[in-house]
Write a protein that binds this ligand. Structure first.
Ligand code: HEC
Length: 173
């Protein structure tokens, strides 16, 4: 009996320090992370940032909107030809299933076409029900075309607005 008791005691004492460190480290990290991301008593850096900018914290610090320069425009040209050209008329983007993107006729602009409006259209895609052409009503446009990242979408937009002067360059990278 007494040997059993001492076994338990030594088992209790044998929790290694690194395990305790890991455990309490995780608890402390969890608390700090929680306060930082969700705020303490209603205030947090991220909610303050969101209130003052209308943008979420994560969006603001991941550089998804590239600089407008020759390199990003060239990337956009390549992406547009492979990803948008399939429906918009090949590398020239002069229209097939989807409309011509190089002229000044816009079906989905609200007033003048802007880079901001393009971003909204491309990110959300166009539902068949919202399409304005007969070809468009058959399948609409998938969100982002087939582009993987927001960065690629912006590069395509910079490319389009560099070629097509009917698009107002209102994006601020
Ligand atoms: C699967 C086919 C498809 C792909 C891929 C596609 N689109 Fe479209 N897109 C369409 C269709 C169809 C419409 C027209 C919808 C309608 O009838 O109103 C359209 C409409 C648009 C419009 C609105 C045009 C206007 O006149 O207002 C823009 C801008 C646009 N696409 C940009 C793009 C870009 C940029 C890409 C590549 C990232 C892309 N699309 C990829 C099918 C596609």
């Amino acid at each position: 009996m007494s040997s059993n008791h001492s076994d338990k005691e030594s088992a209790g004492k044998s929790i290694p320090n690194w395990l305790l460190f890991l455990f309490f480290g995780a608890v402390v990290w969890g608390a700090v992370y929680g306060i930082f991301m969700h705020g303490f008593l209603g205030y947090s850096q991220s909610s303050a940032y969101r209130d003052s900018t209308g943008q979420s914290f994560a969006v603001a610090f991941i550089p998804e909107k590239p600089e407008r320069n020759a390199a990003s425009i060239a990337n956009g040209e390549a992406s547009a030809s492979t990803n948008c050209g399939a429906c918009h008329g090949g590398p020239a983007l002069t229209g097939s299933i989807g409309p011509n993107l190089t002229d000044d006729t816009w079906l989905h602009a609200q007033g003048q076409m802007t880079e901001t409006r393009l971003a909204e259209l491309i990110m959300k895609g166009i539902l068949p029900a919202d399409a304005k052409t007969e070809k468009g009503k058959q399948g609409g446009m998938p969100p982002r075309g087939t582009l993987g990242s927001d960065r690629q979408v912006w590069e395509v937009i910079y490319y389009l607005s560099s070629k097509n002067r009917s698009i107002r360059q209102d994006a601020t990278p």
